[in-house]
Design a protein around this ligand. Structure first.
Ligand SMILES: *[C@@H]1O[C@H](CO)[C@@H](O)[C@H](O)[C@H]1NC(C)=O
Ligand SMILES: *[C@@H]1O[C@H](CO)[C@@H](O)[C@H](O)[C@H]1NC(C)=O
Ligand SMILES: *[C@@H]1O[C@H](CO)[C@@H](O)[C@H](O)[C@H]1NC(C)=O
Length: 608
């Protein structure tokens, strides 16, 4: 999005929002006061760096030489050229998407601003300010097809093959990708997973053995026995059409199916795999993109780690996926309880692009605070506040050293963080993109997983950060090192801390694009204050608020325990809400239709 349109959107919001007007007034007043009274040589800007975190770490590194062979490290300039223009692809009705009104989303602009988020920002994310009804958003994928009012061509969904459509799209766009990129074979008829003792491929792979392919897998995690409701079908179809098919093959959607207590040995033979497939319950249209796994697979590769369940080790199947399907540069992990009320492809493109353009300096520092516009203003103000707190330096510069890890990430281009003008990492793909703010595990005394780790000499003193939920994009390089450390060193930290901590230990690029999140009551400043806790200015460490506790998140649109997403979704579709449940304020009624702004909802309670 251009700077001009960002400015315009801001203005649009301000003119409509008294809150913002008041805020603007305060900002002006503060600005006048500080500019008038601050001495030009303010000592607040002096850059004496006190790197207490790293200092305390140095104390736990044992003396004596390390005899291991260090791995090859990445270059500190890691930018890739942009890809050529995307070529249109065919959708499930046989029309070219982007040119087919019955397949394409109908996004409209209403003469009103987007609602103000509780946390995150539309402007900083560069998301278009358009609205959709449930029909304009999901109609192309079958929503409403059971009614006479359905105006689109009905599709015989069982005959659609989403794997074939995705590959055809990739083929049409072949010229845009390096030679290393390939389509994905039909995963029902051919599978690559195998127990460690039967593997045909290498047990360990390294980042430098793989050239970029510019392709990203979107992995939807699901399990045997999952009941696919109509809304799940609309959701999965929309994800494939909007990410893979509208991106000219940059994404490929995969269903990763946990066989959950299935008795058969699916990796025993071809017949047994097919037998497992019959039992997996995957709808016909998705069979060519479904990959099965079971806990025995994890046990065979990670036999030194006693726990493989999702709550503890959600990344183990992802690590094995990267090992067996290394033709993807990145892997988004989504579950079926994630919903995009806007165009999912555009949304993911925006998250990715913001992450790509984020400087490495203070990325973790920024990620430990929520950007709350109504407390601090635009993202730039938030960014500056964090920088001020850190005196233009950074707590972590290059790998966060722990003795067990020999980093693969680059050395910083400058010795000291304060010498970097927020240039390093700009334009570089992030190795991990997280979707909520992060917390230092050492302070998180109420986090149930605080004491769960293994494989470290420093034990509980080992620095770790967790950023729930495990909805993340991780790079192939990052998944490779997680895999190797788990398999050869039995290193384990809980799911929510895994990709962030490994990325930090290795000095890989980390980013939290602060996407918009809402709270169920509008302008609830009391609740906002309780999450904000004074923000960066009140933090004594510069790494998150001093008090890591916060109120329950039931009313958030994106929070692990929330029940608000279901209410929004139901109200948007015109369903009757339970008695006493108010109509969600962030939806808009216009000409007897209900419109939603673009956002991510999670978790969506599974319902008929
Ligand atoms: C980094 O690499 C890119 C592409 O090779 C190049 O355009 C850019 O100038 C480089 N940046 C620096 C700081 O060397
Ligand atoms: C290979 O490993 C699997 C799972 O750990 C086990 O069930 C199987 O017996 C092993 N096969 C051989 C030939 O050792
Ligand atoms: C920034 O500088 C001030 C004054 O020199 C100092 O008190 C403060 O601890 C520094 N903050 C950080 C995070 O290093």
């Amino acid at each position: 999005m251009s700077r001009l349109s960002v400015a315009w959107n801001r203005l649009r919001r301000m003119l409509h929002n008294r809150q913002a007007l008041f805020f603007l007034f305060i900002v002006c007043a503060v600005w006048i006061l500080t500019v008038q009274w601050r001495s030009p040589t303010s000592s607040r800007w002096s850059s004496t760096l006190s790197n207490s975190l790293t200092e305390s770490l140095n104390n736990i590194i044992p003396p004596g030489p390390d005899t291991r062979v260090p791995p090859r490290r990445m270059s500190s300039n890691n930018t890739l050229p942009p890809l050529e223009k995307r070529v249109f692809c065919y959708g499930p009705r046989g029309h070219l998407l982007g040119q087919s009104p019955e397949d394409d989303l109908k996004e409209i602009e209403l003469e009103m601003p987007y609602p103000m988020p509780f946390a995150g920002s539309y402007e900083a994310m560069g998301i278009d300010l358009t609205f959709m009804t449930a029909d304009s958003r999901y109609g192309p994928y079958g929503y409403g097809e059971d009614k006479d009012t359905y105006t689109r061509t009905r599709v015989d969904w069982d005959t659609v093959d989403w794997g074939r459509l995705q590959n055809a799209c990739f083929d049409r766009n072949r010229h845009r990708f390096p030679d290393t990129a390939v389509g994905l074979e039909n995963t029902q008829t051919s599978y690559r997973f195998a127990y460690k003792n039967q593997t045909r491929g290498p047990e360990i792979r390294h980042w430098h053995e793989h050239r970029p392919t510019r392709r990203t897998a979107i992995v939807l995690r699901v399990w045997r026995g999952y009941e696919y409701m109509p809304e799940d079908m609309f959701n999965i179809r929309s994800l494939i059409a909007e990410t893979a098919l509208k991106s000219g093959g940059e994404y490929h959607v995969i269903l990763l199916v946990d066989m959950k207590d299935y008795e058969g040995n699916i990796f025993g033979s071809e017949e047994e795999y097919q037998q497992g497939f019959k039992n997996a319950g995957v709808p016909p249209e998705f069979r060519s993109i479904a990959i099965l796994w079971d806990s025995r697979l994890l046990q065979s590769w990670y036999s030194g780690i006693e726990e493989h369940r999702t709550m503890w080790q959600v990344y183990q199947p992802m690590q094995l996926l990267a090992l067996h399907y290394p033709e993807f540069d990145h892997f988004w992990q989504l579950e079926l309880d994630v919903r995009f009320t806007g165009d999912a492809g555009k949304y993911l493109d925006r998250l990715t692009s913001v992450a790509r353009n984020e400087p490495r300096k203070q990325a973790l520092e920024r990620a430990t605070f929520w950007h709350m516009q109504q407390m601090i203003g635009e993202y730039e103000d938030f960014f500056d506040e964090v920088n001020k707190l850190h005196n233009n330096s950074a707590k972590i510069w290059g790998p966060l050293r722990v003795p067990e890890i020999l980093p693969i990430g680059p050395e910083p281009p400058t010795k000291f963080a304060q010498d970097d003008k927020f240039k390093w990492g700009v334009g570089e793909e992030a190795d991990v993109i997280v979707t909520s703010y992060c917390t230092n595990v050492l302070n998180a005394h109420e986090w149930v997983f605080q004491g769960w780790l293994g494989g470290f000499r420093a034990g509980l003193k080992t620095p770790r950060f967790f950023c729930p939920p495990a909805i993340t994009r991780t790079s192939r390089a990052l998944l490779f090192v997680q895999h190797e450390a788990q398999m050869t060193q039995n290193i384990r930290v809980p799911s929510e801390a895994t990709p962030t901590s490994f990325a930090l230990w290795h000095g890989l690029k980390f980013s939290f694009p602060q996407h918009p999140i809402f709270w169920e009551s509008r302008d609830d400043f009391d609740t906002m204050e309780k999450w904000w806790k004074g923000g960066p200015a009140k933090s004594s460490t510069g790494i998150g608020p001093d008090n890591v506790n916060h109120p329950r998140g039931y009313g958030l649109t994106f929070w692990w325990e929330s029940d608000f997403p279901r209410k929004i979704y139901d109200a948007w579709q015109g369903r009757r809400l339970d008695d006493g449940v108010p109509f969600p304020w962030l939806l808009t009624r216009h000409e007897e239709k209900i419109y939603a702004p673009s956002m991510i909802l999670h978790p969506m309670k599974h319902a008929r």
